[in-house]
Design a protein around this ligand. Structure first.
Ligand SMILES: Cc1ncc(COP(=O)(O)O)c(C=O)c1O
Length: 387
């Protein structure tokens, strides 16, 4: 059986080879500290699990969901945005239920673009953005995120042709992999660009809850006019440690929301209703668990950064997310450095070039193990004497 060209041309999962290397090392009985992945290590808060258990026992949740998700969940999402960001959303026309935000990231080029159209993607950036571009058979140009520009794209570097041709632009703050956060002024500039050049904006807000040093990450939708030109993708994966549950929502522009719903009418019958009910419980419930989670990652960040400075590994402390973006030691590439740390220190990290050309020279550290293990990882790396 031959695969279609669509499947044959899908980008290679860069990190699949990292997973194999880590698993092989572990199978050899080595004590690997795995900082290479982005899988939250904490459990889902108890009240959310309990809501799932109760609703899973209710036969009402055993039937098909409405195609476009439960009204109660969309209402809870709208209220959550109002309470958290002061943003008003119409639950029925401005919110679409998603089986995790990854689905919409991949669906949106299919919904809003024709073959050969141009999209703009951040580099370094979350690799799944490329999957959507590939499935929809569209072109993409990358926007450099550099330390000098606080890992925000500099729109003045885009050519007139790029701005005129681009149909869609993806952003992600707090940022994976750099840990940078966006400012209100940057989102204002983004809305202006979108209006001037008729570009749809997709803000991937996966790390929405994880801002440090007293700074709460800004929602793209808090910007005046944002809803007219774009959507924000909100996932419960990180905010509530629900990565395995597959639940999130898109919020914002009613036409884009209608487009997502139209495609999803054909692909799914929404998400297991009990999971939607549990998501409603998460969004409508006490948010203390979210503040605690953000504080936990902040403590880990502080521990890791101070352990790194003790060994002479200089990097910028991330302002948000649960990643640290660290430069490689002199004489290494991203990949040779990651391989070296795994081989010699039993520490797994993600090579930065897996996030794009401009990720070269960095590795991404997932702050997803407890503080003593983070300290130990830095100590092991320190013993290699490479800084
Ligand atoms: C930047 C970014 N966007 C989206 C996602 C996907 O999240 P979800 O679990 O909602 O599909 C991730 C997951 O790691 C991510 O890092």
């Amino acid at each position: 059986m031959e695969f279609s060209n669509r499947i044959k041309q899908l980008p290679k999962q860069f990190f699949a080879s990292l997973v194999i290397k880590v698993q092989t090392a572990m199978a050899e009985g080595r004590d690997i500290i795995n900082l290479g992945q982005g899988n939250p290590d904490q459990p889902t808060p108890g009240h959310i699990v309990q809501a799932l258990q109760e609703h899973a026992a209710d036969p009402a949740t055993h039937k098909y969901s409405p195609f476009r998700g439960l009204a109660e969940l969309k209402q809870a999402a709208a209220e959550f945005y109002w309470n958290t960001y002061g943003v008003r959303l119409d639950p029925e026309t401005e919110i679409a239920v998603l089986a995790g935000s990854k689905t919409a990231l991949v669906e949106l080029p299919l919904i809003l673009m024709d073959e050969g159209d141009l999209m703009l993607l951040p580099d370094p950036g979350y690799p799944d953005y490329l999957s959507g571009a590939s499935l929809a058979n569209v072109r993409f140009d990358t926007m450099l995120l550099s330390a000098e520009n606080n890992y925000l794209p500099d729109y003045s570097l885009l050519t007139e042709q790029q701005k005129d041709e681009a149909k869609l632009l993806y952003l992600n703050y707090p940022n994976n992999p750099t840990g940078a956060t966006a400012t209100k002024a940057f989102f204002e500039e983004t809305v202006q660009l979108a209006n001037q050049h008729k570009i749809g904006i997709v803000h991937d807000f996966a790390y929405s809850a994880l801002g440090f040093d007293g700074e709460k990450p800004v929602s793209y939708l808090q910007t005046e006019g944002a809803k007219e030109v774009g959507v924000e993708l909100y996932t419960l994966s990180k905010t509530f440690n629900m990565a395995g549950w597959r639940i999130g929502f898109a919020a914002g522009n009613a036409q884009i929301i209608e487009g997502i719903n139209s495609l999803q009418d054909h692909l799914y019958v929404s998400v297991f209703p009990a999971v939607q009910r549990a998501a409603e419980a998460a969004l409508a419930g006490d948010q203390a668990c979210v503040a605690e989670l953000s504080a936990l990652y902040e403590r880990r960040r502080n521990t890791f950064m101070s352990a790194c400075s003790k060994i002479g590994w200089k990097g910028e402390a991330p302002a948000g997310s649960f990643f640290a973006w660290m430069p490689v030691a002199a004489g290494f590439t991203s990949e040779s450095f990651a391989d070296y740390l795994l081989e010699k220190a039993n520490v797994a990290v993600a090579p930065g070039n897996g996030f794009g050309e401009f990720g070269e020279g960095y590795v991404r550290i997932g702050l997803l193990v407890d503080e003593p293990r983070l300290e130990e990882a830095a100590e092991r790396i320190g013993r290699l004497g490479i800084f």
